[in-house]
Design a binder for this molecule. Sequence first.
Ligand code: FE2
Ligand code: FE2
Length: 441
Amino acid sequence: MINYTEKIPNNVDLGRDRVLQRALPDGWAQFDYIKMPEYRWGIFLQPRDEKRQVNFGIHKGQPAWQDVPGEYRSILRRIIVTQGDTEPASVEQQKMLGLSCPSLYDLRNIFQVNVEEGRHLWAMVYLLHRYFGRDGREEAESLLARRSGDTDNPRILGAFNEPTPDWLAFYMFTFFTDRDGKFQLCALAESGFDPLARTCRFMLTEEAHHMFVGESGVSRIIQRTCEVMKENKVDAPSDVRALGVIDLQTIQRYLNFHYSVTLDLYGSDVSSNAANYYTSGLKGRFRETKLEDDHILRDAMYPVSEVVGDKIKTKQVPALTALNERLRDDYIEEIQAGVDRWQRVIDEAGIPFRLTLPHKGFHREIGNFAGHFISTTGEILTEEQWRSHEFEWLPSPKDYSYVQSLMSGRVAELGKFANWIAPPVKGVNGKPLDFQYVRFN
Ligand SMILES: [Fe+2]
Ligand SMILES: [Fe+2]
């Protein structure tokens, strides 16, 4: 008989929970060399605060729920399943990238991102098994059955069915889409359902590393491109490509793609579901307890955009219904700051190129902009006009094949980096850049 208390690191008293012991196979988290099949996942929740309350909505001021409130059972399960579904999806999207890693340092980082996403799935599965009985177990099984990009049984959300075919896409994904994860987790970390709040708080500590991998990865690609442009005094994309690095125009197109598909993840601008989640105390706003208002939003209003004729107009709607849009706006603010940091790398190299976020309505499939053809600068176009510019704004099949041509094999010699990316400023955990970050046995 396996002693599960030792096999699955946890702080949720797993050792005493017989039903869970049967349902969850063994696990262990380790930060050293370990053979992949022997890797074990843990279940971690932020320690419980006995005095914690529901901090918003109609139950504001009641003690936080330690069990699922019967009336909210199905929406709470849906929220957890939707979050859980994204976690393995990103691993499925990224699973081939080890074959084309630019260095052992980067290979080590993608492994860490992937195992932590696996653990995040595990964290959501724990909640489903522990708090939702049989239908929770069935939902957990379905999480394993869906596959990113599968035509019959895809992942729930669009961005998690897009391929991540190369390392530029991977870094963009971890910068843009893992940050959506951060904002969703922040909203769920405010939940009145305490076990969900506590598990999301813990997951956020891991999410920060994923976003670091993305931001620094793109930054290193930009840096390398700028170095090569300066050394060789070239700026035309074809000349830049001839030197084996990724032109800034292609980086901008990847940025446009990942930003726009990630904006869709926040859902409709005006949403009665979002209002319900909030009013019920299940999903809060970004930094809910730090905000100074009534935390009920009975009379508050919030601006949302909509397309009227050939113009984009802003109108005020009840803030309760605009919570998706508000979370999206909070996200955009943070994204803009990251793009500004990338811009500084270009500016410091003295290259006159500006990286910009496209208009919020560009290339959207969900919400008020869906069905419209909007340029990166926010003009409403006809479909025909839009299509004639499509590959100025979004990566073309040729862009993807060029980027992939740079990444045809893995770079696995100690301390070596692929030509298209600069080394990082420092290694992991105080180790040098030529450290053996991954062993092949
Ligand atoms: Fe995650
Ligand atoms: Fe993540």
